[in-house]
Design a protein around this ligand. Structure first.
Ligand SMILES: [Zn+2]
Length: 414
């Protein structure tokens, strides 16, 4: 995959000292490696492409001898298959989605590793997860954006309006990109940030008065991708009574650090996406006050955090885990919408998107996601998750975003 990024003047950061890229400043041995948030052209061929995903899911299904089943559950706006893999026969269902932002690519690779393991391993560990859980994974829920290696898809507003004629007079949605961002030129090929198209009301139908919307407002299910994930969620809820856990896999800025250190954050976690519907700030979603389970989301995050801290013995990078900012209100995300509907919810934010890191650190970062996922599945399967202290979540270090590149980047999106 090669396409030109819109390059801007770069600045690099080493520790707390900002050094222009044109300078050749010597780095002391104590300083972290230079880090830049400026978009640039990076190789990404090591990541699993859409075509490779089809082949790999087919392979895993075959070698699993019936343990893993793969099915097509929908089509993207451009007609790519949306695939779902299912493994295990337990009473609790864990839904995992990845790559809703097409420039965030460790999620699909980690999910494939997990499916491979759960589908082929005869270990007591794998057996226990298969017996206690039903793991449902959708490794690429925005294959159009994934193929473009960019955050947004390339569905036009006109295409959306053609599908929903009642939107003929609606204002252009706030999350419709028509200008350059993250190094990608949307002016020639506009598209949506699909990750704001969910709505806590899973039966919502688009209404013109609900546009243009905003980041702290719900979305409209106008994209085939969110409709498909929503339909999967609802059908799992019908089958199991509840979707116990929902995990969504993302990437964030490349240059965040663990507070008080020079160590780059390998991954941030979060279990909070909306204002508590039982409080005045969350009053718009008061109807979900009885289903919202913030403490369970915290316990799930602690399970991931503990597993990664334990793995830091193998590689200290696994220990560089922080808490994602907690002052968010994102009801238009799948995490926000499904959490309000009663699922424990976990966000993984891996270091660096493709426009900053490309496939650098791919193996370590993918392994980080895998260890976090395994920690959650193990904890639910054993029942230990219920014994974890939600207060441990609040003790996860916050993310130090202060050292990120100060340059032409005005907004770093996750
Ligand atoms: Zn993202």
């Amino acid at each position: 995959m090669h396409r030109m990024r819109v390059l801007a003047l770069a600045a690099v950061v080493a520790g707390s000292a900002f050094i222009p890229a044109t300078a050749t400043a010597p780095l002391t041995s104590a300083a972290p490696p230079p880090c830049s948030e400026e978009p640039r052209e990076n190789p990404i061929s090591e990541f699993t492409s859409y075509d490779e995903l089809l082949v790999e899911l087919d392979r895993i299904e075959r070698v699993s001898a019936g343990r893993v089943s793969v099915e097509k559950v929908g089509e993207s706006n451009r007609g790519r298959d949306m695939l779902l893999a299912r493994v295990g026969s337990g009473p609790k269902v864990v839904l995992i989605t990845a790559e809703i932002h097409g420039n965030e690519k460790t999620g699909p690779d980690a999910v494939l590793d997990l499916l491979d393991y759960l589908g082929t391993s005869d270990s007591a560990h794998a057996r226990k997860i298969r017996e206690q859980l039903t793991v449902v994974a959708m490794p690429k829920i925005n294959p159009d954006a994934g193929a473009l290696d960019r955050r947004g898809n390339d569905m036009t507003w006109e295409e959306a309006q053609a599908r929903f004629p009642q939107l003929a007079t609606a204002q252009v949605p706030w999350n419709y990109y028509t200008e350059p961002r993250q190094g990608d030129d949307y002016s020639q090929r506009p598209g949506f940030d699909v990750n704001r198209d969910y709505n806590p009301n899973l039966d919502y139908q688009p209404q013109p008065q609900d546009f243009p919307g905003a980041s702290d407002k719900p979305g409209w299910f106008i994209s085939p991708e969110t409709q498909t994930v929503r339909d999967v969620y609802k059908s799992l809820r019908d089958e199991f009574g509840a979707v116990d856990t929902y995990i969504d896999l993302h990437h964030q800025g490349a240059c965040y650090t663990v507070p008080g250190t020079d160590r780059f954050v390998t991954m941030s976690l979060s279990g909070k996406f909306v204002a508590d519907p039982a409080t005045p700030a969350g009053a718009a979603y008061a109807e979900f006050a009885d289903t919202y389970r913030p403490e369970y989301s915290k316990q799930l995050n602690v399970a991931a955090y503990n597993a990664l801290q334990a793995a830091a013995n193998q590689n200290p990078d696994f220990g560089n885990i922080t808490l994602y900012p907690q002052d968010t209100n994102l009801p238009g995300t799948g995490l926000g919408s499904f959490q309000l509907n009663g699922s424990g919810a976990v966000l993984f934010e891996v270091r660096g998107q493709t426009q900053t890191l490309g496939e650098q650190h791919r193996g370590m970062l993918t392994r980080t996601v895998y260890i976090g996922l395994d920690g959650i599945l193990s904890s639910i399967a054993s029942g230990q998750v219920d014994n974890l202290d939600p207060a441990d979540y609040d003790r996860i270090p916050p993310t130090d975003r202060g050292q990120q590149t100060k340059s032409t980047i005005t907004e770093i999106e996750n």
